[in-house]
Ligand binder design. Structure first.
Ligand code: SAM
Ligand code: SF4
Length: 474
């Protein structure tokens, strides 16, 4: 009998990619996906633990399944990903009816573990080693992922895919749980990455986004030689079929001249650089142990400006980090105004178990102050994004068409011409009137209006189509 899988994913692009792999491995065993949780035989939550809010969402979703699981003990409920790695057995204490807990480094085991639960009925845990648990080689191996399994139907669109080039993180910013949940930093071997890019191209994928926690720190040293991100980009440029290459997230100190020149010189590389500043105060950056000052960041921005004047730079900020004074926060406001990011993701500091900040620094900024600071940064960023977007009015941008716009889908729009949505190489969202046949094409669009987050345009037609010839001959 066909098994039905319901999977819910929260968190970053890494989690979306992990879910794609899990789904691909279960489809191979005959599973079908359902969007109706009550129809599912197996329910998986792929979780995030970067902020408390993401964990609360999962515990609340699990809570809603308590009575249902009592009535249907044969159904399997699994918690995957970072929260599974971080909380491990604690999840069973809060939700004793969960069957399976699997960390991000053990996801390849999911199909077998589900089988074992079905046969034996016992609760199972598969997690990677803690950062102090054994030799570095053993710890690294326990966090390895199983990337070559790809499933086009589980991607944002079939022609856009994430490709992991780096696992884990060694930066240990004091607020961040990722080095614990994803393990030590490891650059995947270039041959694996190139093979996977070829596989994606064979599946008609046009755009790949390379993923790493600090993707521009990518380093592989081993049997295949010594590789940095710029070397990889040069080789990926040669993969036929791939038209666009993006990479996220970057670390300011590793944004070197060679990498910027590679982005400038390789036509497929998008000049979109997500490189989080986190705070505009040196004292806060020091408490975060980010490893750079605002002036270092400024010098990096100047380098970007010299080599890639048209680049779109995006940032993350944390507000209300331990001890953040009003003056320190004002420095973030000033930095935001100075650097004029294309967009910024703003987060309220959330204390995380196992981090140095939790052990050594009090989480002493009240919630309402965090909220106010968050709103203020968002407001300023919106103004800047709006002004930056205005510059595009009247110009032509190159858009990879992703599909029908959310608005048009919500309104149930029908007919040959509907509102479509796509992205520029700089990751700007573009909305225009078009047709479903344009999905997966790269088209020139002329911009006539903008908001802080969207460009509105019309498709430029460069040749006379067959419809016009028909009209002319009638
Ligand atoms: N590796 C990436 C980097 O260093 O930029 C991003 C990793 S993290 C998943 C994404 C963002 O979440 C970070 O850039 C940071 O702004 C935010 N973040 C991480 N830990 C946080 C915490 N404890 N509270 C609030 N925001 C946090
Ligand atoms: Fe977390 Fe810092 Fe690593 Fe990013 S660089 S994943 S914020 S520890």
């Amino acid at each position: 009998m066909v098994q039905h899988l319901y999977i819910e994913t929260v968190g970053c692009q890494m989690n979306m990619l992990d879910s794609e792999m899990v789904v691909a491995s279960l489809r191979r065993r005959g599973y079908e996906i359902t969007s109706d949780i009550r129809q599912a035989d197996t329910i998986l939550f792929n979780t995030c633990s970067v902020r408390q809010h993401a964990e609360d969402k999962i515990y609340s979703a699990l809570g809603k399944l308590r009575d249902w699981k009592e009535k249907h003990p044969e159904k399997v409920i699994g918690v995957l990903g970072c929260m599974a790695q971080k909380d491990q057995q604690q999840i069973f204490r809060r939700a004793p009816y969960v069957d399976l807990i699997v960390g991000p480094g053990q996801l390849q085991q999911v199909p077998d573990l589900i089988e074992q639960v079905r046969q034996g009925g016992e609760q199972l845990v598969a997690v990677s080693r803690d950062r102090q648990d054994g030799s570095l080689a053993d710890i690294k191996r326990s966090h390895e992922t199983f990337d070559p399994l790809r499933d086009p139907t589980m991607r944002p669109t079939p022609f856009q895919a994430y490709l992991r080039i780096q696992i884990g993180c060694d930066k240990f910013c004091t607020y961040c749980v990722v080095p614990m949940t994803r393990g030590p930093e490891q650059g995947r071997p270039p041959s694996q990455i190139l093979q996977e890019a070829q596989l994606l191209a064979d599946q008609d994928c046009l755009e790949i986004t390379l993923l790493g926690q600090t993707v521009n720190s990518y380093h592989y040293q081993g049997e295949e030689g010594d590789w940095r991100l710029a070397d990889l980009l040069e080789q990926l440029q040669e993969v036929e079929g791939i038209r666009r290459i993006k990479f996220v997230t970057n670390y300011p100190r590793d944004m070197d001249q060679r990498l910027l020149e590679a982005v400038r010189d390789l036509p497929k590389c998008s000049p979109y650089l997500h490189v989080p500043l986190q705070s505009g105060s040196d004292a806060v950056l020091e408490r975060m142990r980010r490893g750079y000052s605002v002036d270092d960041y400024r010098q990096m921005m100047e380098r970007i400006d010299r080599v890639l004047p048209e680049a779109a730079v995006a940032s993350d900020f944390i507000v209300g980090f331990c001890g953040e004074t009003e003056e320190e926060f004002q420095l973030s406001v000033e930095a935001l105004r100075e650097f004029r990011f294309k967009n910024s993701f703003i987060f309220k500091y959330s204390e995380r178990q196992g981090t140095r900040a939790m052990e050594q620094l009090p989480d002493d900024v009240p919630y309402d102050v965090k909220q106010r600071r968050n709103n203020l940064l968002l407001e300023i960023q919106n103004e800047i994004s709006e002004q930056e977007n205005r510059r595009f009015v009247g110009s032509s941008v190159e858009v990879l068409v992703e599909g029908q716009s959310k608005k048009s889908a919500r309104e149930g729009a029908e007919g040959p011409v509907i509102q479509m949505v796509g992205r520029t190489p700089c990751d700007r969202i573009v909305v225009f009137d078009g047709t479903r046949r344009q999905v997966g094409q790269i088209l020139p669009v002329t911009v006539y209006d903008t908001t802080p987050h969207t460009l509105f345009g019309s498709v430029m037609t460069e040749h006379v189509g067959p419809e016009l010839y028909l009209l002319g001959s009638s």
